[in-house]
Design a protein around this ligand. Structure first.
Ligand SMILES: [Fe+2]
Length: 385
């Protein structure tokens, strides 16, 4: 979401649309789905709806004499990871919050919306304007996380219920195309105007050796070949930590692959489907992606290699997040914002790797070649916070 050059009326409309879309994403759910937290990496849909509201309340409305919070405890319930803003419900206890109810959370959303829209109508300082812009981008990030978490919740029901048809990758993929990049000095990171997250700055020069990179995603069919060639049983293909993770969690196929009637199936948000061998393989941990590359005698790209390749017209991206070899670290010249908002990205710049590209569930304006997503190495696509 980019508010550069927008009038107050346009900001109001973009605010309304963004907030309504989060609620629309929850419309196909049963009321029982809103509170489910089947694993700690998943946040209940109700929590996402409340937390994105808390963000506007905490960073924009709090402290204004004319704003009356609808419940003083919500800051404790729905703060995610902002230690400088006080105590919060532990992450693994979010699903235990059966109260406030879904209806009360919807009232909370509308209470805050009314106050924000009133504030916009009265005129905005530059700081308020940039806080609204960040809050909308934050909400869009949670809209994507909502889709991941809904998939996990429904995909772990014995009945594999359908959500909708919107988030299934229909296009077939093949991986025989390559993009070649010459050795040179390239600019990496966000330059210019328009919204970007702090972790995309500062643009800087980066030396790359010549390389070739696949310009299409790996398919389920190719990944099945790796499995049938004993990929998961070959310790030579895995990092030590990856091999240990395989033994501890005892998995031998991608998340959401299900063996049924002696055939592979995959749970999609459209329900349980026969495995489409020509569709891109998804929900791999970093360790699985790395092992597959090792098996192919290839390697994963660095984030700089990915970003430069993504400038080429034949390079396809935006369907799935793609693991890179790069540690999630600050770029040269990075400076975290002052105050609690400094906790947004900077404190996660350790022990995580960068993913690039965007997914079918990403808001369109988040699919840009400088966007840096990041996850822990064992993650297969559940919510961060
Ligand atoms: Fe958040």
């Amino acid at each position: 979401m980019n508010l550069t050059g927008c009038t107050l009326t346009q900001i109001t409309e973009l605010y309304r649309q963004t907030r309504q879309y989060s609620e629309q994403l929850c419309e196909p759910l049963a009321i029982e789905d809103f509170n489910a937290q089947p694993t700690v990496e998943v946040s209940p849909p109700k929590w996402h709806l409340a937390h994105t509201t808390w963000f506007f309340e905490s960073f924009l409305l709090e402290g204004r004499t004319e704003y009356k919070p609808c419940n003083g405890q919500f800051s404790y319930f729905f703060n995610s990871y902002y230690h400088s803003l006080g105590e919060r419900v532990a992450r693994d206890q979010r699903g235990a919050l059966t109260r406030p109810t879904v209806a009360e959370i919807m009232d909370y959303r509308h209470h805050v919306d009314e106050a924000v829209i009133k504030l916009i109508g009265e005129g905005l300082t530059d700081k308020q304007r940039s806080t609204i812009e960040l809050g909308l981008n934050h909400e869009e990030q949670h809209q994507e996380l909502l889709v991941y978490d809904i998939k996990y919740i429904l995909g772990h029901q014995p009945t594999f219920p359908k959500y909708n048809d919107r988030f299934t990758l229909q296009s077939d993929s093949h991986s025989d195309g390559k993009t070649a990049i010459e050795e040179g000095i390239y600019s990496i990171g966000f330059e210019g105007s328009g919204f970007h997250f702090d972790n995309e700055k500062a643009a800087h020069r980066h030396i790359l050796r010549a390389y070739e990179i696949d310009n299409q995603l790996v398919t389920n069919g190719e990944y099945l070949e790796f499995m049938e060639d004993g990929g998961y049983s070959n310790p030579l293909l895995f990092h030590s930590d990856g091999w240990n993770d395989l033994q501890e969690r005892n998995y031998r196929h991608p998340e959401y692959w299900i063996r049924k009637d002696e055939e592979w199936h995959e749970f999609e948000l459209s329900g349980l489907q026969p495995l489409n061998l020509r569709a891109p393989v998804k929900h791999l941990s970093y360790y699985e992606a790395w092992a597959f590359a090792e098996w192919k005698n290839r390697r994963l790209p660095t984030e700089a290699e990915w970003e430069v390749a993504a400038q080429q017209p034949d390079f396809s991206y935006g369907k799935l997040w793609e693991w890179t070899e790069s540690a999630y670290m600050p770029y040269p010249g990075f400076r975290k914002p002052d105050g609690a908002i400094g906790e947004y990205n900077a404190k996660f710049m350790v022990n995580q790797l960068v993913l690039r590209g965007g997914s079918i569930a990403s808001p369109k304006n988040h699919v840009r070649r400088t966007y840096r997503n990041f996850f822990t190495l064992t993650s297969v696509g559940c919510s961060a916070e």
